[in-house]
Design a protein around this ligand. Sequence first.
Ligand code: ADP
Length: 494
Amino acid sequence: MKYILALDQGTTSSRAIVFDQAGAIAAIAQKEFPQIFPKPGWVEHDPRDIWSTQAGVAAEVLQKAGIGAGDIAAIGITNQRETTVVWDRGTGQPIANAIVWQDRRTASICDRLKARKLDRVIRRKTGLVIDAYFSATKVQWLLANVRGARARAARGELAFGTVDSWLVWNLTGGKVHVTDASNASRTMLYDIAKGDWDDELLKIFGVPRAMLPEVRSSSEVYGTTALLGGSIPIAGIAGDQQAALFGQVCTKPGKVKNTYGTGCFMLMNTGTKPIASKNNLLTTVAWRIGSRTEYALEGSIFIAGAVVQCLRDGLEIIRAAPDVEALAATVRDTGGVYFVPAFAGLGAPHWDQYARGTLVGLTRGTTKAHIARAALDSIALQVMDVLKAMEADAKIRLKELRVDGGASANDLLMQLQADLLGVPVVRPRVSETTALGAAYLAGLAVGYWKSQADIARQWQADKRFVPEIKAAERKRIASGWEKALGRAKGWEEG
Ligand code: ADP
């Protein structure tokens, strides 16, 4: 029996997972790597750490599974998105640390782009809002600040890539320089409707075409790696959130998944047409398979599971993240308390950089249990706001929400979510949906799985949460939330 190896290169760790033909996990290996914070607001990774940890866990997971390279039918890659690496084509060495998606050093470049009124053209072509989050201003920064980089880039001596490109380059010993359409759509250099790098955008950001990877589909053989002791095809690539959408088998228009990690990322498959958001969401490529490109609407929430970390580390009212569930369950409701965790401003659909966290509605009766419950509510309420924006953009009513990510293990949170959305919330049996999505994309390319229908049959629900509160109650909670948000917005400016 053969297996698929998924490489899941995340923001804080590199993971490798071996899947069998039933889509079940045979073995997992994971290794954290250093986060580098040179200045406030700056976040870097050493690309060599990314590569060495990823290569390390790939070898380790085969050993754990007791298999060799000959037992692997294909490798699928999924990765932290937007993070930017520039390296020397000759030596294969990075010219600087990778600038991570969370890094805010290019915020002022973004302000200048907005002042030049470039937001319309950028949104029309890329589906993105101007923000330091995306790759384009990060490459621009590296070319301007690393000595000699601009001239070398123009001469074609340097290569740019998101983390997927960097991994494929290293896996193939520098033979292959590619990315897939889902990763390209997060760079702000890629026209998502045309499916190509865009000359006008390249000019705006001063990025020479010579340094860009070739954009390929998300499911095809890009090359082979000999790294694990035999030749294995590399056959699937997708950004982490898009891979999770695929792993959740949200492959039909209107299907939505939400990942509850540090933040929350909700994606809705919108089929073969990119839908321009009127409600402050992003339009992005979900994946390209063959010549068929599918798109998604995306709502990015910066703080979700991280509010639970705040209860644990900042307020010290719980010892471990899962303890929040039992504490919150000791009270029937929040007692009128609202917690707005705008610790880093607010993302979709508010995009308020100056919002800050707030706790309102406290009375003499308020206990830490109410605060814990309000913290869980705040995750579900932010998701509710994004979902409303999504339904308005797509003009579809959601039938169910598929969930994954660390905090989706919390049954009370999932019940609150179903209550607040008024739609069922469904948690799958395999919670490693990101890696599974990458495995599926690779397996499809080499015929390990025959069709998307084959894969769709593998998805199994673990638990289904159905709404239990009345519409009037939902409305009451939502209007209190609206008021609380108003207290948090624009706080830094005041
Ligand atoms: P990431 O991939 O962003 O690191 P994970 O998917 O591993 O995130 O989820 C970890 C996050 O989920 C942390 O922020 C943690 O506080 C939160 N979390 C973990 N378990 C629970 C739980 N049982 N209830 C609520 N939040 C949880």
